[in-house]
Design a protein around this ligand. Structure first.
Ligand code: 3HC
Ligand code: NAI
Length: 709
């Protein structure tokens, strides 16, 4: 036994408890501790069966991911070393029953599969989420899972990474019983039922593995699906290969094949990037000048001003988290429209099987629409989501200052405006903060939390915690124009327009980036959101552009022609009634004509150049943001891009990607673009510094506190 594992007896049943907070990960010592406890309990003649349970709220969240970093960085040798321990547990002559509450994920589920019986509380989540880290199950999961649930479901679980709940797990054959009431008591009772019965070892089963004839079409369809859905990624294909090995090879040979494929994935750039994303997403809530123990404000009731696209979406987010919300607009028609959109979105979720009708009805009861501020006085927090103009925001915040109770948080969902200027219209700038949700707010995980110059630490800490409660990844950013995400996006979409003006077809620009891994191409994104949005921003902020800098002009002309994107049926592409895009020959003609009129030479532009100019424009602006302190860490920028802008997690985010290419190489390319295309490509000083010093963005630490404007 080790410090992480202890065992006690409940008469004839041994209860082994794994206690490695916070999530009972299988850190070094934990698997060894389980094996030792099993051996001790076995040798106690009064013990008839064993129960294995996790301390705290959860069973086991998997292998210790920090150990993977040690392996791939050379700090540790060998392998993760869980598999052999599981064989020993499985070989126990007395039945071992696993009692699962909370999460049984990755290596945690693999431990459970190696035990003889599995029971679970109704809140249990069982999954093989390794693909989210760019790897596959590495402790026999690809070999035992198909033996328990069949090939098809094993492929689904190992390639999507999605966990199943207890009821579904029971239907699948993954667990033997769902325990209502006290889990440990239920597991002990179950253990008494199976004590003395012959041991069943998962690895010796083959009844659900199927025949080659049955499996061939399943594997073919799975590979076809993985090729389409997980473009460029290696781990899903490796998971399928490993499961196929389970159907063709004896267990021990199958495990060897799993190990080979696991290592292939673990040592890949993709897995390193995804593990970086995992830790970066958790790092974002750690703010250097805000202690972990900072007291939080209670947020039990919310209010929203503006029932439009964002206000309605945010109301759904609150309701989904069980928080009652008052939603205000200026006239009944606007409220009706807002509520109709909310209902339509919920109906879609029911149709897709995400929510049940009853669940939705309960959520809708939490949203109260109103035309007055009467309901606001009891709210702990308000989020303003009215039109994006400063005079209106100021007027609304002056009203909120009057009606909201003392200590309430006043948040704005503005995407471009200065939070300090908004805060200055109130008597309590310390309570004012930006909560920049992304559209559609009920879907997108990203939330930029914008720190104003005077925003209090309690308010920041509360909003970071609230983000988690709302199911969002909240990233604290400084108060600069466009904050972090949109500030970087501006040069990215501008460069896409330059590429088109220089001769690349819009489809070629988008395709190059999609092939590289972006969820959508930049021009298609423009069409989706409406080209008029960035048009207005360009016009409004033209005076802030560097004098003499090149300006894109083609998109402005499209807007002036009424081609605003999907909503008008035409933008960079044309759209049918179902909003399906197709190339528009009119566009290619116009682009040639406009380029000729402007004296712009057009040429063939390679996919490689497109990708470099696009991704490096993100990196260069990201480097400035980091240096200026508007983002605390390179990982925060990566988290923003992976969660809000469709940046592929397997490339780690723009700053991580730049580190993998090498800051020196990125700097040299950007310097070449600078010479060729002019001042907009001036390399960021931090990039130059890293290129010279050999440093990386990941290791860059800014000395001063976070900048706020
Ligand atoms: N290894 C190491 N640390 C882990 C961990 C793991 N498997 N899972 C979580 N942690 C750490 C987090 O980094 C965080 O640390 P911090 O407090 O220092 O930031 C802390 O535990 C709490 O994690 P969360 O903030 O994520 O807590 P939540 O309660 O929101 O979520 C969870 C809990 C759902 C378990 C989530 O942490 C999670 O998804 N973890 C990863 C699960 C996973 O991917 N498991 C597979 C691992 S790979 C594997 O098992 C390979 C095997 O096949 C050999
Ligand atoms: P919208 O035009 O869909 O909705 C705005 C709503 O505010 C309308 O229903 C309007 O009637 C209401 N309104 C106007 N003045 C009001 C007042 N004085 N009191 C109460 N209600 C009032 O706008 P959208 O897109 O929802 O944007 C809202 C805010 O969110 C803006 O600041 C915008 O920049 C920001 N934002 C928008 C995103 C998007 O993709 N649409 C993404 C992120 C932020």
């Amino acid at each position: 036994m080790t410090d992480f594992v202890r065992w006690t007896k409940q008469q004839d049943i041994a209860v082994i408890t794994i206690d490695n907070p916070p999530v009972n990960a299988l850190s070094p010592g934990v698997p060894e501790g389980i094996v030792a406890a099993v051996a001790e309990a076995e040798s106690d003649r009064s013990v008839k069966a064993l129960v294995l349970i996790g301390a705290g709220k959860s069973f086991i969240a998997g292998a210790d991911i920090k150990e993977f970093v040690k392996l791939t960085s050379g700090q540790r040798r060998g392998d993760i070393g869980i598999l052999a321990h599981l064989l020993k547990i499985e070989d126990s002559p007395k039945p071992v029953v696993v009692a699962i509450q909370g999460n049984a994920l990755g290596g945690g589920l693999e431990v459970a599969q190696a035990c003889h019986y599995r029971v679970a509380a109704s809140d249990a989540r069982l999954g093989q989420p390794e693909v989210n880290l760019g790897i596959i199950p590495g402790a026999g999961g690809t070999q035992r899972l198909p033996r328990l649930v069949g090939v098809e479901r094993a492929i689904e679980m190992c390639t999507t990474g999605r966990p199943v709940g207890a009821t579904e797990a029971a239907q699948l054959g993954l667990i033997d019983r769902v325990v209502a009431g006290d889990l440990l008591a239920g597991a002990v009772a179950f253990a008494r039922e199976v004590a003395g019965k012959p041991i069943r070892k998962t690895r010796e089963r083959s009844d659900r593995l199927g025949t080659p004839e049955q499996n061939a079409p399943i594997f073919a369809a799975a590979r076809e699906n993985a090729r389409k859905k997980y473009r460029n990624q290696i781990c899903q294909m490796a998971a399928i290969d490993a499961i196929e090995a389970a159907t063709r090879l004896p267990f021990d040979k199958g495990c060897q094949e799993e190990r080979r494929l696991f290592d292939h994935c673990l040592y890949s750039e993709q897995s390193k990037a995804q593990i970086h994303v995992f830790f970066a997403e958790r790092e974002v809530s750690k703010i250097p000048d805000i202690p972990k123990e900072m007291p939080l404000l209670a947020v039990d009731r919310m209010a929203i001003v503006g029932a439009g696209t964002m206000g309605g979406g945010i109301a759904m987010v609150c309701a989904n988290a069980g928080v009652p919300v008052a939603l205000k607009d200026t006239d009944p028609a606007a409220l009706d429209r807002g509520l109709a959109t909310i209902e339509k979105n919920y109906a879609m979720s029911v149709k897709r099987g995400r929510f049940t009708r009853e669940y939705v009805d309960e959520r809708l009861k939490l949203i109260k629409t109103t035309l007055s501020y009467d309901d606001f006085a009891s709210a702990d927090m308000v989020i303003e989501a009215v039109f994006e103009t400063m005079p209106l925001k100021k007027q609304v915040f002056a009203e909120l200052d009057r009606v909201m109770k003392k200590g309430a948080i006043l948040a704005s969902n503005t995407s471009t405006l200065n939070i300090d200027e908004i805060a200055a219209t109130t008597s309590r700038p310390e309570s004012v903060i930006g909560m920049h949700f992304f559209s559609p707010a009920n879907v997108m995980r990203l939330l930029e939390i914008v720190r104003g110059r005077r925003t209090s630490k309690e308010v920041i800490a509360t909003c970071l915690q609230l983000a988690r409660r709302l199911g969002k990844v909240g990233v604290l950013v400084g108060n600069c124009r466009g904050f972090v995400g949109n500030r970087m996006f501006l040069p990215y979409i501008r460069e896409a327009q330059f590429l088109v003006e220089e001769g690349a077809a819009p489809e070629a620009v988008d395709q190059a980036l999609v092939d590289w891994g972006m969820a959508m191409g930049p021009l298609a994104v423009g069409d989706l959101g409406g080209l008029d949005v960035s048009y207005r921003i360009r016009k409004e902020y033209r005076h802030l552009e560097k004098p003499g800098a090149r300006q894109p002009f083609v998109e402005d002309r499209l807007v002036e022609m009424g081609r605003l994107g999907q909503k008008t049926g035409a933008g960079w592409y044309k759209y049918d009634a179902e909003r399906r895009a197709s190339s528009d020959p009119e566009i290619s003609g116009l682009l040639r004509k406009w380029a000729a009129e402007s004296g712009l030479a057009q040429r063939q532009i390679s996919a490689e150049e497109i990708v470099e100019r696009e991704i490096y424009s993100l990196v260069n602006e990201g480097a400035r943001i980091l240096e200026e302190g508007y983002a605390l860490r390179a990982g925060d920028i990566d988290t923003i891009y992976v969660n809000g802008y469709g940046f592929p997690a397997y490339r780690g985010g723009p700053m991580w990607y730049a580190d993998t290419v090498g800051p020196k190489k990125v700097y040299e390319r950007i310097s070449a673009f600078h010479r060729q295309h002019g001042m907009l490509w001036e390399p960021a000083p931090l990039l130059e510094e890293l290129a010279t010093s050999g440093g990386t963005f990941a290791n860059f630490q800014r000395a001063a506190a976070q900048a706020t404007d």
